[in-house]
Write a protein of this length. Structure first.
Length: 167
């Protein structure tokens, strides 16, 4: 246990890096890629691509993002359990748990549903069920990005404040 405590700054650095990379990847996937992919026919002349095909492309991007998010979720669980056992502070483990739940909701519930619906063809893409689930997945993703940002800032401020106490 003593060795783990000495390695804590390195685990925290990796933790913050994973959160920051995930936030960046989420922003790039959700905001930047979406607007380009769903407007691809306007951007590239003579490109014939349907909204359904654009959705399939977006799903392939989010499937890759899901790998990173699942790794982050496991790291959050491990790091926050370790931190809780050492520090006994409950705010960040609670934020971490909220993030893990949102990550797994997005990656293990909504994404598989969307992939399954797309595999059934374009008709399912226009169903009320798909529209509802897709809207919910967007809300969960936005909540995830916001809660990851809050967790990142909270952890960063804790580091800054602990450095200031020594001076």
């Amino acid at each position: 246990m003593q060795h783990l405590f000495k390695l804590r700054p390195y685990f925290l650095t990796l933790y913050l890096l994973l959160i920051a990379v995930s936030l960046g990847a989420g922003l790039a996937s959700g905001a930047f890629a979406t607007s380009s992919i769903f407007r691809a026919a306007e951007i590239v002349k003579n490109l014939e691509i349907t909204t359904f095909q654009s959705g399939v492309l977006m799903t392939s991007i989010f499937i890759k993002l899901n790998v990173l998010l699942n790794i982050l979720a496991l790291y959050i669980l491990i790091y926050e359990i370790f931190t809780l056992s050492v520090c006994r502070k409950k705010v960040t483990p609670l934020l971490g748990l909220i993030n893990v739940i949102l990550i797994f909701l997005f990656t293990l519930y909504y994404t598989p549903f969307i992939v399954e619906a797309q595999s059934l063809g374009e008709e399912s893409f226009y169903s009320e069920t798909f529209a509802t689930m897709h809207h919910q997945s967007v809300l969960v993703f936005k909540a995830l990005m916001a809660s990851l940002f809050i967790l990142f800032i909270y952890r960063l401020l804790r580091i800054i404040n602990s450095d200031c106490k020594d001076k």
